[in-house]
Design a protein. Structure first.
Length: 430
């Protein structure tokens, strides 16, 4: 139970119980007669004002739960003094001692019962020391009936509070169990590697997906979680785990992991502390989620190599979308045609055509590509500056796995330049 909830619950129970006790003791004093203003004033302070004073004290304490539990012993001591002051009437004593003992056992267990009884005895002995011992055990039928009814009502009220708390705890446990089952189901069926570590980077839990990568010996609880990681990456990962445990903030690290087949796999890992940063470092638990990015990195490398090769080609290359929009050109295109990337990107392929061939020529070319998938031939072309040259040109259609047209690739080069380069290679002359 939260501290504020415990204090408020006990305040309501205490205020109701002490109010009832005010009525019982008031009837007892009225029947005995001879009680002066001081006795009635003390009675009102004890049973009407006191519950609110200790509630105020607990709320403003730095440790409200501890303050409220200590209030139970103060209750026992003061009610013990009232038992002695009233002459230990049997049913009133039973009501007071029974109520404080029940409070103690519910809130503080068996040790609490011992302390509560000791506090009751201490309060009674203090009164006897100051005012002397008196013993008048008999009470009227009315007071006896009130005490019996009060004991039953108080036991029922405390039992109801305990029952409500148990129901809430049971519901919370069921919700927690369901949540744990859902997360375990996710972890055990996820493709990513999911694990729980201690602050030193030792396994506490590893999802079944790890078994596809590492041997069982590498996943044993307490084993070094980074034993199969590249030494440079392992050191960074351990530092990341320690920093996450110390600060409570997530960390991301790159890991190169050697799997059971000896292959190096690349992972993008995230470390997240699960506990409260105020807890001791040794008690911290950390969640490690690793995503395999090996294929992505390989793909990125292939794309990078292709980009370098694309830019290094001596032939001019233009790639268009299926509708003819130019999506990229290489450097050789700009050198040969005189058009810069900015001139043509996003434009229709028609802007780089020239009037040296009639429109029907291009229609025939695209019909051939639609039929055969490609076309090649020699044509006349004009540069941006107006100079004319003869070129060799090919046009190829690119389709996806479903056979849908996605792009066109146009490759061309100057025929005369190729012939000159070939002659120079044969003759050895520039």
């Amino acid at each position: 139970m939260e501290p504020a909830t415990l204090v408020q619950t006990n305040h309501r129970v205490r205020a109701a119980a002490f109010g009832f006790c005010f009525a019982v003791v008031g009837v007892y004093l009225w029947q005995r007669g001879g009680a002066g203003p001081l006795a009635w004033t003390l009675l009102a302070l004890q049973f009407l004002a006191y519950p609110h004073l200790v509630y105020w004290r607990a709320l403003r304490s730095m440790r409200p739960t501890r303050a409220e539990l200590d209030n139970l012993f103060l209750d026992a001591a003061l009610l013990g003094a009232w038992c002695a002051g009233l002459g230990f009437p049997t049913w009133i004593t039973y009501l007071f001692v029974g109520a404080t003992t029940l409070n103690a056992v519910v809130n503080r267990g068996a040790l609490g019962v011992a302390w509560s009884l000791a506090s009751t005895l201490a309060g009674a002995l203090l009164w006897i020391t100051v005012r002397g011992f008196e013993y008048t055990p008999v009470t009227s039928d009315l007071v006896t009936m009130l005490c019996v009814a009060g004991s039953l009502l108080y036991a029922g009220m405390v039992g109801y509070v305990v029952h409500s708390q148990n129901r809430r705890l049971a519901a919370a446990r069921d919700a927690l169990r369901a949540s744990e089952e859902r997360y375990r189901l996710i972890a055990e069926n996820a493709g990513d590697l999911i694990a729980m570590l201690d602050h030193q980077g030792h396994w506490l839990y590893a999802s079944p997906s790890y078994k596809r990568v590492l041997d069982a010996a590498d996943l044993a609880p307490g084993a070094d979680a980074f034993r199969r990681v590249h030494p440079d990456d392992a050191e960074r990962a351990r530092v990341g785990v320690l920093r996450s445990a110390a600060t409570g903030k997530p960390r991301e690290v790159a890991l190169r992991l050697v799997d059971r087949e000896g292959r190096v796999r690349q992972y993008k890992a995230r470390v997240q502390a699960l506990g409260n940063p105020d807890e001791s470092l040794a008690s911290q638990r950390l969640l490690l989620v690793s995503h395999d990015v090996t294929d992505l990195r390989d793909s990125e490398e292939r794309v990078l190599l292709a980009a370098h090769a694309f830019e290094g080609m001596t032939e001019a290359i233009v790639i268009t979308a299926a509708d003819g929009t130019i999506v990229t050109v290489n450097r050789a295109f700009s050198e040969l045609s005189g058009f810069t990337r900015e001139d043509v990107l996003g434009q229709s392929e028609r802007v780089i055509r020239n009037a040296l061939q009639p429109p029907e020529f291009y229609d025939e070319v695209y019909r051939a590509v639609a039929k055969d998938g490609y076309w090649s031939g020699t044509t006349w072309a004009r540069r941006k500056n107006g100079s004319v040259y003869r070129e060799w040109r090919s046009l190829r259609a690119v389709k996806d796995a479903a056979g849908t047209l996605t792009h066109y690739v146009i490759v061309f080069s100057e025929v005369g330049a190729q012939r000159s380069q070939g002659e120079a290679a044969v003759t050895g002359k520039p």
